[in-house]
Ligand binder design. Structure first.
Ligand code: CA
Length: 241
């Protein structure tokens, strides 16, 4: 076997159910990811303090520390404050809570899940890389193409079809965050922190207002959006491509 030229992404898998943990690790291994398994939250935090991971797959229901607590601790005090987190939840209602409460998770998967779905989410999160917590003024970000929409942050230019669309700075940033990660659900709080950053006097309602304005500019039917979708109880996402 030839030595790999690029390091394999390392994924921390925190799941107390042994069969699920092993299944996840098996399939991550088949995708050539390195898997570090952990059976509980305390152990996971210990591991996360010792090294950086490229992704954390975190079960919500764990003995001792639950997934949300572990996720918040990760964000606060480990070497992995910006690591993408995929939360596993048992039920649809839990999923809504996970994102709605701003647990710090980037995406979630409801059990039982298919391996294909898991791997698709893992790939998407790894592609996206660490959470963009640095100010966008330093790094304008790469141009992206999403279906019929092109965005070039360096030129602050957005084209829908072949037409330039005038967007305010916040509208541009909001659309960019969503379209850069199709299918990933962003809570209103997550969007607030990414789009408005340190601006004060904004509330989660500001997100809804801005989404409404944005839809009028980019959707062919703003009342039945095809690009920016509302995820009930959770937030917003760009439709899967
Ligand atoms: Ca569990």
């Amino acid at each position: 076997m030839e030595a790999a030229t690029t390091p394999r992404p390392v994924v921390l898998v925190v799941e107390d159910e042994q069969n699920i943990r092993e299944l996840v690790c098996l399939h991550l291994g088949l995708e050539s990811y390195e898997c570090v398994p952990s059976g509980d939250g305390e152990d996971a935090l210990k591991l996360a303090r010792a090294r950086r991971f490229d992704l954390v797959i975190l079960d919500l229901m764990l003995p001792g520390l639950d997934g949300v607590t572990v996720c918040r601790a990760l964000r606060r005090e480990s070497q992995n404050t910006d690591v993408p987190v995929l939360m596993l939840t048992a039920r649809r209602e839990e999923s809504d809570k996970v994102v709605g409460l701003e647990s710090g998770a980037d995406d979630y998967l409801t059990k039982p899940f298919s391996v294909r779905e898991l791997i698709a989410r893992v790939r998407a999160l790894l592609r996206r890389g660490p959470r963009p917590i640095v100010s966008s003024s330093r790094e304008p970000g790469r141009p992206i193409t999403y279906k019929h929409i092109d965005m070039d942050p360096a030129r602050r230019r957005a084209r829908v079809g072949n037409k330039d669309v005038e967007l305010t700075s916040n509208e541009f940033q909001l659309l960019y965050v969503l379209l850069a990660s199709p299918g990933i659900v962003f809570s209103r709080e997550a969007l607030l922190s990414r789009v408005w950053k340190d601006q004060t006097f904004v509330t989660v309602r500001s997100v809804d207002t801005l989404i409404k304005r944005l839809r009028k500019k980019i959707e062919s039917n703003p009342a039945d959006p095809a690009v920016i979708l509302t995820v009930w109880g959770a937030g917003y996402k760009a439709a899967d491509v």
